[in-house]
Design a protein around this ligand. Structure first.
Ligand code: AMP
Ligand code: GLY
Length: 425
């Protein structure tokens, strides 16, 4: 079969790597892909939001399955377009992708279905939002309603900071139309975790747990990024899977079906584990990046088989198996990220890493130029390793991290530390 993966990051490299292991796959394409992906798939120079061109390509090449990595094409309705053209594609339709596309929709939905989430208000007008903030006090969280590439959330420690965030979003319109509405929410306290499921609209199958590291510097300091590293399983979720499924994931899938928005694909809940239980911070309608890297490392079942069962609404027939090992991904980023950074730096050390199944370097922002691998983005590589426990996996990953180099290389040295602390107590 012929498979097309859409996207160009570490998550997409992990998807390509996993899907390439299926013997039925004769040809793999990735649009647009990156320097690492080009070793496993043919990279096609089409951007992930160029839906007409992607559709033409899939039609011409008779693609048997298309898989979308990032959220933007999903919220733009790529699944609807492919399905109308009779082309098989994995992921939620536009009406269901709204769980990531609109925070206001999601907050109202959670409230309607009694699913735990922070108290909130939604505002179309800056002054009303500011009045509400003054009434509630700080700390308080201000979010742009729409997609803002993970940058539209402000956790404000003071009323002044929150007011400034409202002005940035609504008056300076820093995120364009995504900021026409703001959501202002109660600030939750606890440890965060990522929880993903596969769903065919009816059956809901949990994946193993994981935890991201959103901030750029050690100790969760500095600005938020797309994610500086992840590991699985996340001890903060240990023994809580049934509770999360019953209170959050199953009611969400059922509620969406009841509202005529059946969700088929990967649903990702960003959770805050508070003293009163898990609460939803956000939903994503696709695999997390970098969570996908350790999670797919642990997935024993064939991914194509799961995706086809999801599409064909027979997920109940699928037995999904996971490795008992722990897995971890440490992101190497360009100096300056998530602010401005330089590109085109030569990456060294990739070719003399130990060739073992428990280590793989997924590329995120790289380019293969005449055999040299150059940096081409903020997040550059995701060094991923597994081991019989978290400490072993971390040891393997950081050993490789120190062998790879490029000018400006930046990484966090404390990926998985929260998990180690919990394991030791
Ligand atoms: P989101 O994109 O909505 O997940 O928000 C990005 C980050 O902001 C989250 O990963 C949290 O670290 C933080 N955050 C979002 N909402 C809240 C909240 N209600 N309370 C505390 N922190 C939050
Ligand atoms: N790692 C967070 C995300 O994929 O949105």
């Amino acid at each position: 079969m012929k498979v097309l993966i859409i996207g160009s990051g570490g998550r997409e490299h992990a998807l390509v790597w996993k899907i390439a292991q299926n013997p039925k796959v004769e040809k793999l394409y990735c649009a647009p892909g990156n320097g690492g992906i080009s070793e496993l798939a043919e990279c096609v120079p089409i951007g992930s939001e160029e839906i007409d061109r992607l559709l033409d390509f899939a039609r011409k090449e008779k693609i048997d399955l298309t898989v979308t990595g990032p959220e933007a094409p999903l919220t733009l309705g790529i699944v609807d377009r492919f399905e109308e053209a009779g082309l098989p594609i994995f992921g939620p339709r536009k009406e269901a992708a709204i769980l990531e596309g609109s925070k206001q929709f999601t907050k109202d939905f959670l409230k309607r279905h009694d699913i735990p989430t922070a108290a909130y208000g939604c505002f179309q007008d800056a002054q009303t939002a500011i009045d509400y903030i003054r009434e509630q006090g700080a700390p308080i969280v201000v979010k742009a309603d729409g997609l803002a590439a993970g940058k539209g959330v402000f956790v404000a420690q003071s009323v002044e900071e929150a007011v400034a965030a409202v002005r940035t979003v609504m008056e300076e319109k820093k995120f364009g139309n995504a900021g026409k509405t703001v959501v202002v929410e109660e600030c939750l306290v606890g440890e965060e975790a990522s929880f993903m499921v596969f769903s065919d609209g009816k059956t809901v199958v949990p994946m193993v747990s994981s935890q991201d590291h959103k901030q750029v510097f050690d100790g969760d300091t500095g600005p938020n990024t797309g994610g500086m590293g992840a590991y699985s399983p996340a001890p903060v979720i240990r023994g809580r899977t049934a509770e999360i499924m019953e209170k959050i994931m199953i009611p969400t899938i059922r509620g969406m079906a009841d509202e005529g928005r059946p969700f088929q694909g990967v649903l990702y809940a960003g959770l805050m584990m508070t003293d009163t239980g898990p609460q939803v911070l956000e939903f994503n309608v696709r695999f997390g990046d970098p969570e996908a890297q350790p999670i797919l490392f642990r997935l024993k079942t064939d991914l194509i088989e799961i995706m086809e069962a999801t599409r064909e609404k027979r997920l109940h027939e699928c037995r999904i198996e996971w490795s008992e090992d722990a897995a971890v991904c440490v992101v190497l980023a360009s100096g300056g990220y998530p602010g401005t950074y330089e590109k085109g730096k030569v990456i060294t050390g990739l070719s003399n890493l130990p060739a073992t199944p428990d280590l793989f370097v997924f590329h995120a922002g790289t380019q293969n130029k005449g055999g040299n691998i150059l940096t081409a983005g903020g997040r550059v590589l995701g060094v991923t390793a597994s081991g019989h426990d978290l400490a072993t996996a971390l040891g393997r990953a950081y050993d490789a991290v120190h062998r790879i180099d490029f000018p400006g290389k930046h990484f966090r040295t404390d990926i998985g530390q929260k998990g180690l602390n919990r394991n030791n107590h």
